[in-house]
Design a protein. Sequence first.
Length: 299
Amino acid sequence: MGIPFLARLTALQPVRRAGRVVKTTWKRLFFGPLHAHRKARFSALGTTLTADLPVAALQLDSGCGCKACRNFVPLTQAEFRSYARPGRKRRQAPAFAETAAIIELSEFAGFEPWRIGVSQRTSGKYHRAANKARRLGYSARVIGKDSYARSVYRLTGSKLRRSKGLFVWAAIAGPRADLVDTKAPPLSPGCPRHWRVCWGGFSTTETSETLAAFAILIRAGDTVWVQRLIGHGAALSDGVTKLLIFDIMQWLLDRTDPNTHGIARLVHGSVEEGGAGLYDWKRYLGFRPMLLEFNRTAD
Ligand SMILES: [Zn+2]
């Protein structure tokens, strides 16, 4: 009994080995480039895939029971669903694993220490670009939700491809006459801890004002995330997106507006997404890979 059984097993060995080789080769071919891509990004940030990354403990629901909680808490949870958590094996699913890119705002006493860090990482390039935009007449401010719908659509379509690599539908479809710029002033959020705030970067001359960059930030509890940040293709070299992010960071880190009180961090997508340009942008601004942990409301 025992000998034929062993013989059968031995006979199967080459088949098993071949199976393993096929499986490993397939995995290497399919996941290899993705794995190398993530490895390179992590190493540029001075860390490795297997390193113990710092953990951000998110408190999305501040227990305020406001109407906005019901919108922004689930929206934020859905947005962060695929991001790495403590204890999950990030190496095993390199195709689908993403790691949140975060600036821990609580590490900065104000805007200036953050700005100095950016200047050190970019040899002053980003600061100079923002200043250049200011000299050219650009400025940024909070705008009303949907108040520049026509302009936002126009600037979305101003570039055929964006940093995430896909073609932009608005660039193919052309302008839309049904959208209007109401220029309605921004409303103050109903709850200081759950809101959506839109920012516009404008190019201003003596006679006109044109939207040249646009951003949407969402806050849920102690976390703010960038839902959208986009610049007009023709204004990018003027430094308008740098000016916009600098002004947003100043607003977040000055902490004079009550809506910015108690924010612990800013999340800007993941380390893995997008092309090299988007990745460098995050790296220079100080976004770092972190694991996410969701805390329940403290009662
Ligand atoms: Zn609330």
